[in-house]
Design a protein around this ligand. Structure first.
Ligand code: CTP
Ligand code: MG
Length: 223
C-alpha cells in the first residue's frame, strides 16, 4: 500500500507533492515502479486524495495490477481506508505500507523487510541518528540525548496483514499516528528492525525538491 492522500502543505508546491516531478517522473511513480518490479509484490494499492484518480492514473500509466482507494484526513485514516479496501478484496498474508513521499525504494530494503516477517509480525527500516540530538526546555538546550539509543524510522513498514488490521481497529480513529509500527507496538507486538537506506529519505519541504533537482542535474552532467 502506498499512501498518497496528503496535501503536501510543507512542500509548498502548486500540486500535492506526490505528483510533483522528481528526476523526470511524478514522485509517486518511482516507488510504485519499485514495488511493481519486485517479484514478491502481488498487487499495489494506492491511497489517493479525493478527486485525484485521473492524476494518479496518469502517474501510473504502464504499471499494471494496482488499485486506487480514497484516503482520509490523516495518514492513519488513509491507511485504515486502504486496509478496509484490501480486506473487502479478500485480504492478504503480508503487507508493506509505504509513503509516496519516499520515492527511492531499493529492492534490497523490501527483501530485508520481508525476510524479517518470518520471525516477527512487523518490521521497519531504521538508520542511526547522525547529529548530536538534544531536548529543549523553555527555549534553551536542556539535555544531550544518548544518540546510540535513538534511530530514525523510514517506510516501507512490513506487517502480517491480520495484525495490522487488528491494531488499526483497536486504535482511536482520531489518534493520527505518524506511522503504523507505533500502533503495533502499543498493542504489545514486537517490531523487528532492519537496515534502512539514505536514499529512502522523505520529501517534506521545498528544499528537498530543490536538492533532488540539483542531484539530477549533476548526474546528467557527469553522465
Ligand atoms: N498521507 C496520506 N493521507 C493523509 C496525510 C498523509 O496518505 N491524510 C501520506 C502522504 O501522502 C505521504 C505520507 O502520508 O506520502 C507521509 O506524510 P507527509 O510527509 O506528512 O505528507 P503530507 O501530509 O502530504 O505533507 P504535509 O504534512 O506537509 O501536508
Ligand atoms: Mg502530513
Amino acid at each position: 500500500m502506498i499512501v498518497a492522500a496528503g496535501k503536501g502543505e510543507r512542500a509548498s508546491q502548486d500540486i500535492p507533492k506526490q505528483y510533483v516531478p522528481v528526476a523526470g517522473k511524478p514522485m509517486l511513480r518511482h516507488s510504485a515502479q519499485s514495488l511493481a518490479d519486485h517479484p514478491m509484490i502481488d498487487r499495489i494499492w494506492i491511497v489517493i486524495g479525493d478527486g485525484q484518480a485521473e492524476t494518479a492514473k496518469k502517474a501510473m500509466s504502464g504499471i499494471e495490477n494496482y488499485r486506487l482507494v480514497t484516503g482520509g484526513d490523516t495518514r492513519q485514516q488513509s491507511v485504515s481506508n486502504g486496509l478496509a479496501a484490501i480486506t473487502a478484496g479478500g485480504g492478504t498474508d503480508h503487507i508493506l505500507v509505504h509513503d509516496a513521499a519516499r520515492p527511492f525504494l531499493a529492492a534490497s530494503v523490501i527483501d530485508r523487510l520481508l525476510d524479517a516477517l518470518d520471525a516477527k509480525p512487523a518490521a521497519i527500516p531504521v538508520l542511526p541518528t547522525v547529529d548530536t540530538t538534544i531536548r529543549i526546555e523553555n527555549g534553551l538546550a536542556a539535555e544531550t540525548l544518548d544518540r546510540s539509543g535513538l534511530w530514525r524510522v523510514q517506510t516501507p513498514q512490513a506487517f502480517h496483514f491480520d495484525k495490522l488490521v487488528e491494531v488499526h481497529q483497536q486504535t482511536e480513529k482520531s489518534a493520527d499516528a505518524s506511522d503504523d509500527a507505533q500502533l503495533i507496538r502499543a498493542c504489545g507486538y514486537d517490531v523487528a528492525i532492519v537496515e534502512g537506506d539514505d536514499q529512502l529519505r522523505k520529501f517534506t519541504t521545498r528544499q528537498d525538491f530543490a536538492d533532488a533537482a540539483l542531484t539530477t542535474m549533476i548526474e546528467i552532467r557527469t553522465g
